[in-house]
Design a protein around this ligand. Structure first.
Ligand code: GAF
Length: 387
């Protein structure tokens, strides 16, 4: 266990004891994620290649005999929120964090799972608003908490779908399934190639001599929800224009033949998704074969496609990618990761290059953008479960 994980556990355990006067019955975690490649492909029934990371949401919890859920959020100044799950659960305009919790409980109840209340302390160290899925980690850790406390017969895949439904219908963001699925089903030292149509996953071993470096541009993501939903609509318009149910069903050859019939912006969005699906499948093979030269090219193409066709990068993120690229060349791969409009980049490289990358970023990024980066060297971790 890393020091930062231990600190999180200590924090939630002591907040729990402060609120209830007792030790928690269970400690549960769900990780954030970094997506190695396959961006904005999940809601197009396509492919993604994320791994769960050693930054997590952690819960300390005990069951209650009544129908009250009492939650203390360590990250929001130990705010406490209490609600009765025998009554309809409603969106709270003032306490945004509690909506992820109410949303998941509400979906579980609507699906017919039965349980009584709980005392819960929650905290997380997944950077928020950075494209590393802090929201999905929170949704999944809450689902996992009720599964664990009440021995609910719910699979990890269902937990992910429940988290997504909570986010789509209770919180109001029309996200795909990638983030919740990797948080629920991640595997230690592996990335998962996820087929977002069948939800089938294939574990791909992360080579031992490959470091995963995440760098947060600390460019706060703006307009994320509205731009995200617009991209989704453009993809749906492209699929409709091409006569298929989703862009997953369009090959590069078919696209080349038919793209002229689409609105030019819609065609660019579709080209990103169609080429990104192909790159993701190729990248999973390259990762399996530890073929860094190939990964390097695929990640570079992915970034260019997000910048030029999907138009979801920002100058700060492009600048950060360039700084890292100058150091790693073809010996590593680098691209923006996550939904876009700010947030993080991910770089894969031999461990010997990590120090040089950190130095270059420290020397150049702030001078270029006026922002100070945060760097995380990560490991691929298991998905949600009891600690
Ligand atoms: C966000 C969404 F939540 C995911 O579903 C996915 O679409 C991602 O953006 C882009 O790849 O994280």
């Amino acid at each position: 266990m890393t020091d930062h994980q231990q600190q999180l556990i200590d924090k939630v355990a002591s907040a729990f004891t402060e609120m209830t006067g007792q030790a928690p019955a269970k400690l549960i975690q769900a990780p954030g994620r970094v997506n190695l490649i396959g961006e904005h492909t999940d809601y197009n029934d396509g492919f993604v290649l994320p791994c769960a990371i050693d930054y997590q949401a952690v819960v300390a919890a005990s069951p209650r005999t009544d129908s009250i859920v009492r939650v203390v959020s360590v990250d929001y100044g130990n705010q406490v929120n209490e609600f009765d799950i025998s009554q309809p659960l409603v969106f709270d305009q003032d306490l945004m964090w509690v909506n992820y919790i109410r949303g998941v409980i509400s979906v579980l109840l609507n699906k017919g799972f039965t349980f009584s209340g709980a005392d819960i302390a929650v905290s997380g160290n997944v950077p928020q608003g950075a494209g590393l899925s802090s929201s999905a980690a929170l949704e999944v850790v809450i689902g996992q908490t009720f599964k664990t406390l009440y021995e609910l017969d719910v699979s990890q895949q269902q937990l992910a779908l429940i988290g997504q439904e909570a986010e789509n219908n209770f919180v109001g963001c029309n996200c795909g399934i990638m983030d919740q699925l990797i948080s629920a089903e991640g595997e230690a030292n592996h990335a998962l190639l996820i087929d977002c149509r069948s939800l089938e996953t294939k574990a791909v071993a992360m080579p031992e001599d490959m470091a995963v470096v995440i760098i947060n541009s600390n460019k706060k993501r703006g307009l994320v929800d509205s731009e995200y939903n617009t991209r989704r609509e453009q993809c749906e318009a492209a699929a409709k224009g091409l006569g298929v149910s989703s862009l997953r069903d369009v090959s590069e050859a078919m696209f080349a033949e038919n793209s002229a019939s689409l609105d030019p912006i819609v065609a660019k969005r579709a080209r990103h998704v169609i080429t990104e699906n192909a790159r993701t499948l190729a990248a999973s093979e390259a990762l399996k074969a530890n073929d860094m030269a190939k990964l390097s090219v695929l990640m570079e193409q992915s970034h260019a496609s997000m910048r030029d066709d999907f138009e979801i990068t920002v100058p700060e993120v492009d600048g950060l990618v360039d700084i890292v690229k100058q150091v790693i060349g073809a010996e590593g791969g680098v691209r923006m990761t996550g939904g876009g409009f700010g947030g993080c980049i991910v770089a894969l490289m031999p461990p010997a290059l990590v120090d040089g990358v950190c130095q270059a970023v420290e020397q150049k990024y702030q001078a270029l953008t006026g922002l100070k980066e945060s760097i995380y060297v990560c490991k691929a971790m298991p998905g949600a479960g009891a600690i």
